[in-house]
Write a protein that binds this ligand. Structure first.
Ligand code: ARG
Length: 284
């Protein structure tokens, strides 16, 4: 208890979990057979059974934490469809679909669009610009943080603002290993006192200043945390799911009162993915 006084004031308030609604896609057809980011190497074998077990563990973790997890039917020939986060941005019932940069992934967008339509989501817009959805968009409950530099077209940010009716803040990614915003930043708490964790090295100088201004008390991750895709985390406001290797980040989060669940994501990381990439959140 004596250590409490030295912690940031934020720690003193208990962390509150809120129940989330997620959409995931089993890695039934997951492989690494093309290269669209520096993590991917078709010569390095992927253990398909292990990838499935790791994905199941991620899904089971969400269920144990009380979250709702829907799944979409995986499709042969779309090995990256497991990365559901890239296929839609959903905020308060409005859905903005996706448009992939890589032709190899283009067909995923239509499968997800149909899933939304079948589920009765009527307020649905498909983007005209390259838009990799939650890969590059992070909703804080107040603003949509939007990455660009490698995948999502900066013009998609304005399109998202118009379609979703929420303010968008553009951020420039500058390190190709962190090709999507969700490889370098995630939201810990949503709402008027939103909190984030991020790796500054992934962002341009100007974007680092924007983040420091908006989130002066953010959790700052280092290179070791970032390079295991530790920033590809999922938080419900109290429980944080991370790759287990992100030990420095986990320690910082525990210090602030979060409860960390470290998972083994080794096989999905061979494609450049982690927990968040596998998880689209349907934000209420
Ligand atoms: N191989 C996939 C790609 O490069 C990985 C996507 C990971 N998803 C994410 N949200 N970062 O498109």
């Amino acid at each position: 208890m004596t250590a409490t006084a030295a912690r940031p004031a934020e720690t003193l308030a208990a962390k509150q979990a809120t129940t989330r609604h997620f959409l995931m896609c089993p890695p039934t057809y997951f492989t690494v057979e093309y290269v669209i980011n520096p993590w991917m190497n078709p010569d390095e074998p992927v253990d398909a059974a292990l990838a499935m077990a790791q994905w199941e563990e991620l899904k089971n973790t969400y269920v144990r934490l009380g979250h709702t997890v829907d799944t979409i039917e995986p499709q042969p020939g779309l090995p990256d469809m497991v990365f559901a986060a890239n296929s839609g941005t959903v905020i308060e019932g409005r859905v903005l679909g996706s448009k992939f940069r890589a032709p190899e992934r283009a067909a995923e967008a239509e499968h997800f669009r149909r899933w939304f339509v079948t589920r009765g989501h009527r307020d649905l817009v498909m983007p005209t610009r390259i838009n990799e959805a939650e890969g590059d968009f992070a909703w804080t409950g107040e603003v949509l943080l939007a990455g660009t530099g490698f995948r999502t077209d900066p013009a998609a940010h304005a399109e998202a603002q118009e379609a979703l009716g929420v303010p968008v803040v553009s951020l420039n990614l500058v390190d190709e290993r962190y090709y999507h915003l969700d490889t370098a930043l995630f939201v810990l708490d949503k709402g008027p006192h939103a909190q984030i964790a991020y790796y500054p090295g992934a962002f341009s100088e100007g974007s680092r200043r924007v983040l420091a201004r908006m989130f002066p008390d953010a959790v700052i991750a280092d290179e070791a945390d970032a390079s295991c895709l530790g920033l590809n985390g999922v938080s419900d406001g109290h429980h944080v799911v991370l790759p287990f290797e992100a030990t420095g980040l986990a320690a910082q989060l525990e210090e602030r009162g979060y409860e960390v669940f470290g998972l083994d994501m080794s096989e999905l990381r061979k494609s450049g993915g982690g927990p968040k990439c596998c998880t689209m959140e349907l934000h209420a």
